[in-house]
Every structure is written in C-alpha cells, then in structure tokens.
Design a binder for this molecule. Structure first.
Ligand code: B4P
Length: 192
C-alpha cells in the first residue's frame, strides 16, 4: 500500500492537491474535514458537536476523528492505499493512526508537508470564503485562530514523522500545477 499524509496549515492546498493525487495514484481520499462537514450537513449528533468547534476555528476532539478514520480503514480494506488529508492533526492522532495501520500490517509511507506563509493562507481562505460560503472561512479572526491551533497542536506532528525518517517538505507557493509536480516528484522517489 501507498499511504500518504498530506500535511500543512489551513489553506495550504491539502484538499486541492489530494483531488489530483488520488486520480494519479488510485488512492482512497480520507479528509476528516470533508467527513465532518458531511456530518454537519446531515445534522447528526456528531455534526452538531463538531460545528460549534469548527466555527470557532478549534479542533474537534481526537477520539471523534480517530473513530471516523478507523471505520474508513475497515470499509476500504482492499484499497491500493490512502491519502490522509487534514489527519492526523495532533500527536495523539498520529500515534493512533500508526497503531491502527500497524494492526492491519500497514504503515505510513511518507508525510508530504506543504509550506505556505501565513499571509498567503489568510488571503486564500478569505477568497474561498466568498465563493464557498464555508462558515469557518468567513472571518479573519477565526482563520487566525485556526492557524494558531495549527501552530500549537498540529505542527508537532511533523516531528513525529521526521523521527521516523518519513517527512518531506514541499514548497506550497506557486501555481497548483507546479505544486502538484513537486508532490509527484517526491511521491515517485519514495515509491521507487
Ligand atoms: P479542513 O477541511 O481539513 O481544511 P483546511 O485546513 O481549511 O484546508 P486545506 O489545506 O484542505 O485547503 P484547500 O486545499 O481547500 O479543516 C477544517 C476544520 O475541520 C478544522 O479547522 C477543524 O476544526 C476540523 N478538523 C478537520 N480534521 C480534523 C482533525 N483531524 N482533528 C480535529 N479537527 C479536525 O485550499 C484552500 C484554498 O486555497 C482553496 O480555495 C484553494 O482553491 C486555494 N488554493 C489551493 N492551492 C492554491 C495555490 N497553489 N495558489 C492559490 N490558491 C490555492
């Protein structure tokens, strides 16, 4: 299996690039953000809990997203591999993912970490907010809160994979096509 973690701050382009990478490598796309938004749209109990936190720019509790991901691993047992997009977002989530994969005789192949300066992230998310109506993209203070949550809780996840020799940093500035090329170069090198 080819199991990739696509990593980076909010607005780094994880969702954008995942859509192309799953086509190229025939992988299953697991985006915890998309799954949580689907729960919100269906107005499930989980969705109602998640919405309040997401609208404040906070992370939802680890046990919620870990449970969602484990279900998806079981539902896609015959997949060629996975792209984990927006997960893991805490070191506890990373440890849980390692254990869940190891219990299935699998492991993360590589983490691809997109690097984008903060002012560019804010510009992209405010722009998306105008087009998509996503409630967590509407307000600069919520976006800055999301970036702060990333710095405090998510950035250390890169060290977790660096210690395993799996971290690959990718310049996330430039055209979507240029960044896609950088990602595929890195993936092809780890696959070889
Ligand atoms: P997510 O849905 O994961 O989304 P994101 O971090 O906002 O964005 P992403 O990096 O995917 O950006 P995109 O490609 O769309 O998270 C939302 C919330 O869900 C979190 O804040 C949290 O509350 C919750 N959550 C999710 N997972 C969780 C977890 N594991 N644990 C706890 N809580 C969790 O790109 C953004 C914009 O930039 C787009 O409009 C795109 O068109 C544009 N763009 C992309 N690449 C560009 C480029 N190269 N140049 C210019 N613009 C570009």
């Amino acid at each position: 299996m080819l199991n990739l973690v696509l990593f980076g701050p909010p607005g780094a382009g994880k969702g954008t690039q995942s859509e192309r990478l799953i086509e190229q490598y025939k992988l299953v796309h697991l985006s915890t953000g998309d799954m949580l938004r689907s729960e919100i749209n269906q107005q499930t109990e989980l969705g109602l809990r998640a919405r309040k936190l997401m609208d404040e720019g906070q992370l939802v509790p680890d046990e919620v997203v870990i449970g969602i991901i484990e279900n998806q691993l079981d539902n896609n047992a015959s997949a060629a591999g996975f792209i984990f997009d927006g997960f893991p977002r805490t070191v506890a989530q990373a440890s849980a993912l390692d254990q869940a994969l190891s219990a299935r005789n699998e492991a993360i192949t590589a983490m691809l970490a997109l690097q984008v300066p903060e002012e560019e992230l804010i510009k992209r998310l405010l722009e998306r907010g105008k087009e998509s109506g996503r409630s967590d993209d509407q307000d600069e203070s919520i976006i800055r809160n999301r970036i702060q949550e990333y710095e405090n809780k998510t950035a250390p996840v890169a060290q977790h994979y660096e210690q395993q020799g799996k971290l690959h940093t990718i310049n996330g500035l430039g055209s979507i096509e240029d960044i896609y090329q950088r990602l595929t170069n890195a993936i092809d090198a780890v696959k070889a």
